[in-house]
Design a protein around this ligand. Sequence first.
Ligand SMILES: [Zn+2]
Ligand SMILES: [Zn+2]
Length: 471
Amino acid sequence: MDKTLCHYHPAHPATWHCVPCQRHFGDCCIPLNADAPDETPTCPLCRSKLSFLGAANSAQPFWERIPRFFAYGLQAGPLAFSAVLALASLFMPRSILLWFVLFSIATKYFYSVIEANSEAQKQAPSLLSAFVGEGFGLFFKQLVVFFLSFATLWLAADFDSEALYWAVNIGLLLVLPASIIRLALDKTLSAALSPDEVGQVIKAMGWRYLILCAFLFILWQSPSWVTYMLSHGLPRVVLVPVAAFLFGYFGVVMCAIMGYAVFQYQGALGYAIAEEDSQTGFPAAEYLRRRALAEAEIRLKEGQSGQALETLTAALARDPDDLKLNERFHQLLYGLNARERCLRHLAHYLPLATRMNPAQAATALLNARQFKADFMPEDALVCERLAGALLDRHKTREGLSLLRNLHQRFPEYPHIPRAYLLAARGFAEGLGQVESAQKLLVFVRTRYPQSPLLAEVAALEATVARLAANT
Ligand SMILES: [Zn+2]
Ligand SMILES: [Zn+2]
């Protein structure tokens, strides 16, 4: 089955679907509200309720998680379960009835592992859960499945054809995991024996079902191999409980893989389950902010720039000083060539961005100059900081233009010496205009004799003088 991706972000798996719009959305586009966790999110385009796809597209493939299944079997529940099997193999009296009871408890536990993994629960079922509740009959249902399999094999053996016998044998082995999965999920014998229901599991996984079978086959053999390797020299009284313990452990690992395969292919199997911890909501304010950003992006990609502007305007009314919202709003206005509105917004955006992210503010200023060649911020500090950011980006002329006649434009500004020192550096280092730099430095020295920056002025003058001598 191919994975469905977010319509707007092809790197993100789809987790939501809008039926009317025929659009898939990833978590990237649909933030969740932590204050209303049970609320079904709505479509950013049409506002109808979205349908949840669970982890159908985002689940990690089971063959990439094999170590996790082995670790899963090492939790308290599975280890206690395996220990009980080991103890029973040593001390339980030879009574068929008791063995039936033990096997039905074991089967119930194995199947609860499949079920828990089909929902991607990280914690394994406790040992206690094997002794209480429903499901003791599963063992007998499974017994019927095994019995019918053997009967089929026995019939096949009657035909006197080696090829037929092996075909039936391998066929049964291949179908068995799917049947076990069906029994674990539906708990009915009819489902475990129904070619339709069992076939659905195989069809959902496609050829990867064979990978599952291969893993299960290896795991199924593992306890016998380990026991065989230990069998030299160890007395039977040690070997039997070890074998029973390994049977329990590897059984849990196998069931965890089978269960997780169901989780992974939930979409094709008609389930929608999220992975634990995967759905974290945001506090109300952050949720609204993220939703507005996502919606504006979606609207824009759908060519609905008017609605994108509306969305951002509403979000900015709630949160006027959010940098990201302002940046998006600015980019949108600039992209739409909305000259007047963009320049009006800059009066608010530019000081904000200058304070929080000067490099971003420098970009905004260059945009503004596209609309209005002599655009000037209305604040001296903004001019100075922006000039610094522009000089850093080697936009020397643009940077210097912001500092031109600063002392006349803003006579009250207390940081003229600092700003002109910056300008002198720009002239000398950026443009190689040594004379202009020298003029500025002289101006600072004579006009602001009390400035604490005079030492720096002197140092720069020396550097500039060296530059002048070299040219
Ligand atoms: Zn997306
Ligand atoms: Zn929709």
